[in-house]
Design a protein around this ligand. Structure first.
Ligand SMILES: O=C(O)CCC(=O)C(=O)O
Ligand SMILES: [Fe+2]
Length: 303
C-alpha cells in the first residue's frame, strides 16, 4: 500500500530547533527536497477537512474597510474613503480596523487546524526564531500551502495591502510587485521580543489576530521617529493593523503574560528592491493604484 502525501509528510524526520537556529545547510535541503510533497499534503489536508474548516473569504475583512475597498475597485475615484479609514498614530505609521472582530474566531480556528495538521511548517527566523509562526508566501520554503489559505492570502495582498500602501505611501509604487509574509505567536517565557530594527520591505502591514478578551501583558511594538528620536509604544486591539514603511525603526517589547498573534506582511520590488530617500515619487492615476502588477513573482526571500 502506498502512503498518501499527507501521511508521508507527517512521517518525515524534521530539523531540530538547533539546526534551524544555526541555519544548517541540511535545513534548507529539507525544505527544498520536500517542497512538492508538502504542497500535496496541504492540498490533501484541505480536501479531508473541507467540511469542518471555516471558509476564509472576504467576510474576514472589517465590513467598513471591505465596503470601501470593494467600492474603490469598482470605481477608483472613490479611493478616498479607503484612505480616510487609516489614522496616522505616529509619524509615518497608520492604523485601521482590518479584520472583522466577529470573524477573527473563524480565522483563528483555521490557523489552529493548520497547527494540528502536523505537516512540517517553516517558522519565521528573520532576527529570532518564532516557534509558533509560519511562512505564508509561496516564495518561502515550508510555507502554508493549503489552497484555501493561499486564496485568502492573495486577496489580502492584491486587493487590500497593495492599493492601501500606494494610497498612503506614494513613493512605494514600483517597489510593490513582490509579496512576502509570515505569522507570529509571541509567548511569555518562549519567544518574547525583538530588538530595534527596520524591515527589508518597502511597506509592512502588521495585523493583530488576538480574540476579544484574549489578553496579554507587554508586547507593545515600539516605534522610533528617526527625525525627532521620539519613541512610542503602540498596542493593538483585536483585528487592528498598523502599516508603515519598512524603514521606520521598531522593536517588539517583551511579552510577560499570555500570547499575541499576528500576520506580518511585506511588499517590495523585484529582487528585494525598496525605495530610498530622494527618489522621485511616481505620479500614477487612481485607476493604476487599483490594479494588480503583471510582473512575475521572483524567488527572492529576505529570510
Ligand atoms: O512584534 C511585532 O508585531 C513586530 C514584529 C516585527 O517587527 C518583525 O517581525 O519584523
Ligand atoms: Fe519588523
Amino acid at each position: 500500500m502506498s502512503l498518501t502525501s499527507l501521511n508521508q509528510a507527517r512521517a518525515v524526520a524534521r530539523p531540530t530547533r538547533e539546526e534551524m537556529l544555526n541555519r544548517d545547510i541540511s535545513v534548507q535541503h529539507f525544505w527544498n527536497q520536500n517542497r512538492d510533497l508538502f504542497e500535496s499534503a496541504w492540498a490533501e489536508w484541505q480536501a479531508e477537512n473541507e467540511a469542518k474548516l471555516p471558509q476564509l473569504d472576504s467576510s474576514i475583512f472589517d465590513p467598513k474597510l471591505r465596503a470601501a475597498v470593494e467600492q474603490a475597485w469598482a470605481d477608483p475615484t472613490a479611493e478616498g474613503a479607503v484612505k480616510n479609514l487609516w489614522e496616522e498614530v505616529f509619524p509615518g505609521v497608520y492604523r485601521a480596523q482590518f479584520f472583522d472582530v466577529e470573524r477573527l474566531a473563524a480565522l483563528r480556528e483555521y490557523l489552529d487546524g493548520v497547527a494540528d495538521a502536523d505537516i512540517p511548517l517553516r517558522p519565521p527566523y528573520g532576527i529570532v526564531l518564532n516557534r509558533g509562526g509560519a511562512m505564508l508566501d509561496p516564495r518561502s520554503e515550508g510555507y502554508l500551502a493549503a489552497p484555501g489559505f493561499q486564496g485568502f492570502y492573495r486577496e489580502m495582498m492584491d486587493a487590500y495591502m497593495r492599493p492601501v500602501s500606494r494610497l498612503l505611501f506614494p513613493d512605494v509604487v514600483g517597489y510593490d510587485t513582490q509579496t512576502f509574509g509570515f505569522s507570529i505567536r509571541w509567548q511569555a517565557s518562549k519567544d518574547t521580543s525583538l530588538r530595534p530594527h527596520s524591515d527589508a520591505s518597502a511597506v509592512t502591514l502588521n495585523i493583530n489576530l488576538n480574540l476579544p478578551g484574549e489578553g496579554y501583558s507587554g508586547s507593545a511594538v515600539s516605534f522610533i521617529d528617526p527625525v525627532s528620536r521620539r519613541v512610542e509604544k503602540l498596542t493593538f486591539e483585536p483585528g487592528t493593523a498598523l502599516i508603515h514603511h519598512g524603514s521606520v525603526p521598531h522593536a517588539s517589547e517583551p511579552i510577560t503574560e499570555g500570547e499575541r498573534y499576528n500576520f506580518v506582511l511585506w511588499l517590495y520590488g523585484q529582487h528585494g528592491q525598496i525605495p530610498h530617500d530622494g527618489i522621485p515619487t511616481p505620479q500614477i492615476s487612481a485607476k493604476d493604484r487599483w490594479s494588480v502588477p503583471t510582473e512575475e513573482f521572483d524567488n527572492f526571500a529576505p529570510f
